[in-house]
Every structure is written in C-alpha cells, then in structure tokens.
Design a protein around this ligand. Sequence first.
Ligand code: AMP
Ligand code: MG
Length: 436
Amino acid sequence: MEYLTVRNAQQLILDAVSMPATDQKRVENVSIEHALGRVLAEDVRANRDIPPYDVSAMDGYAVRSADLANIPATLKVIEDIRAGDMPDKIVQASQCARIMTGAPVPDGADAVIRVEETAELTENRVQINCSVKPANDIRARGESMLTGEVALAAGTEITPGVIGILATVKCAQVQVYRQPRVAILSTGDELEDIDDPIDPNKIPNANSYALMAQVQALGIKPALLGIARDDPVELEEYLQRGLKFDVLLVSGGTSVGVHDYVRPTIETLGVQMKFWRVAMKPGHPMAFGVLQRNKDTQGREHRIKQQNASSNAFVFGLPGNPVSSMVCFEQFVAPALRGMMGCTRLNRRTITARLTGNVKHRAGRAEFIRVTLSKDEECYQATPTGAQGSGMLLSMAKADGLMVVPSNSDGLAAGEQVAVQLLDGTAFQNDVGFQE
Ligand code: AMP
Ligand code: MG
C-alpha cells in the first residue's frame, strides 16, 4: 500500500465520515444550559423586532431636534420615562421627556440628548446646550434583528455570544447535531494502567488519557475501554466492544511487527481498512477503517432501505508512540470528530511564525515539530520544545503549537517563516497585547 499525504489521508477520512445533512438521526434537542460548544442543526429566527421599539441609548432627554436650531434652548419636561415604562404623552413643540437608557422614545420626539449636554433649571424645565440631528442616540426598532429574519443559521457553532442570541429569541431548547460517541482502547503487553502498582518492566499507559483529553477538548466525553493485551482473542473482544461506538480510537499495535494484531483482527470483524500508511513524522503507521453496519455479513445491502451513514463505525489505528498518537489525533481524528459534530471549521487555526533556529529535515514526508510561541511587535517566533523523539511526550506537554515542515523541504533556517497549528491552551496570553 502506498503512503498517503497528510492532506489526502485527511480528505479520505472526511469523505467517509460526512453524512447527508437531512439525516434526522444526527440531531437532538438540548437546553440552553447544555448548548455551549454544540452546533445548531436548525436556523434560529427572530420572534420579534430587537429592539422591539425605538429606545434611548443614553440617560437624558427625548427631544424634537427641530426645537434645537438655536441653542441653548429651554424645553418643558412633560414626563419621566424609565426602562420598562411606556410613554403616556406625545412630545409637542418646545417639550421633551426625561428618559433613561433602554426606555421607549415617546411619539413626537426624534432624538435623545445625553444628560451631560443639559442643565436642569427646575423640576420641569431643562436647558439643552447642543443641537443634534434626528435619530441621535436612538436605537431604532429592529436595528439588531427583524421579526422572522434568520438570526443564527444552521451550522453555527454555539459560543457564549450565540447563547446570548438564543436567549434573546427565547430559545430555551435548541436543535443541535448529536455528538459522536467515542471509545478509546490502548493495546500492548508492556502497558500498565494508571491505578496499577509500578512494575519496573512496564510502560505507563499515557495514550488512553492523552487521547481522552484531546477528545474532551472538543467537548465530547469519551469512554475508556482500558488496555488490551497483544493477543488476538483478547483484542477481538475489546475491539468488538469498541465497534459499538461511532468512533473507536485504538492506540498501538497497528504497525507491521509480528505482535501487531490490530489491523488483521479488526479486518476479521468486518472493518474495511482505507489506509494504514501516511507520509508524516511523527505518525506512520496510522490506520483508518470503516465498519458499514447496514451491510450484512456477505457484504450485501441490508434490506432496510434507509441508507443511514451515521450507523457506521469509524476506526482510527493510532501509533503507539505517545507523541505520534497525539499528533495523528490532531491531523485526522479532531477534524473528523468536528465534522461529525456538524462544525464547518475543521482545522486547527494556523498562524505564521518566524523560526528562531535551524531545523534539520529530510525530504519525503511532512513533519510536525512541537514548538512554543513568543511574540514581538512584528510577529510570532517559533522555538522547538527540545528533544523531538516520538516517545518524548514532554515535547508535546510544553507545546503551544505544531510547526509544519513541508515534505519537500531539505531543512529550515533560522528566520524562515513557518506555519504553526495552534494547540489547546493558546487562546490566552500573558500580556494584554494591545494599546488602548
Ligand atoms: P506500537 O505501536 O504498539 O508498536 O508501540 C510503539 C511504542 O509506543 C512502544 O514503545 C510502546 O511501548 C509505546 N506505547 C504503546 N502504547 C502506549 C500507551 N498507551 N502509552 C504509552 N506508550 C505506549
Ligand atoms: Mg504494541
């Protein structure tokens, strides 16, 4: 089998996991309290004009702008309108109303003067010290949203701002895409789990937990299936359990060693392997397969006509080396899970940074180097996080991002521009970062 490029492998995965937009099984209703991070599966429309009437943007006086041709002007105050009140009176020539931010502008008035531009003479007489154009400091009815207008389109990722809009249009329940159910399995005779006593001959299981956290960072709660030994019978049992989920992540055992049983075993369970080699470092061997559940054992179409792609299971065979496993998750699993969640932005945000030192590279495969980022006035700088061995997980623990060395590069020199994929934890920085 050929080595795929990272991009081709990713595209193949995305094509396999993509589902028809009309698939009702993909959607569920959640309450607004649980909607953050999910993706809208329906258009959300405004159910009233926002604001529902012309409102004052300031504390001050609702006036007729024509009365202020000559200033200062003295106006009669005919009423007080607070937020929540409805005005009783119509503002006539040489009259005004005292008005608070968010209160409805009374008929007759066409502008608001902020209180700082006025001087109260008596309880019901005010001096206005500036003239204004019509509509000054008025938020017009419907300027944010008009009744019936799509406020949020299906496919919108639900952020705190989106939650605010949902509350505005009184959507206490919202239809979102269902999240894929994800299971994680580690394989290897040499592994001991986090609660096991320390055995000097064993290797701690880091991958189950690092992968768990990567899945959690996408907003999904995965199931941990534990550790399967390098034994075809035990492995088959574990894999069978894992294939009940939408997505199964298997770490280790996908290579070509004599005890690497994952690929052959998974194939006997009906999973069709799409690829198992990618031209990347760290990374290969990296395998991907699909279990088509609505085909019977002979591979014929099931009689149930409704082709429901969401019932397929997708298996990612990730390399056992902890850094490789995490890097492959970023390149292949994260975009697939986000796609299945209904997101349209599938890739990590990349930034351009300047390399602080030379980097060796042998052409032939793309390399993902773990870097920290710093910033001066001009740009970001990327510095590798020390030794980059695929078993050296600290290189990943310290990283702000993954710097991409293109496969055709013969090495990079200090000062060169590189693309860096930002990792979780980079949305915040030490300094404020802007001038006021
Ligand atoms: P494998 O892909 O099974 O050949 O494993 C490659 C390397 O990754 C070996 O050195 C394993 O000990 C190590 N490894 C495999 N699985 C894990 C795991 N869950 N946690 C930490 N290291 C692992
Ligand atoms: Mg192994």
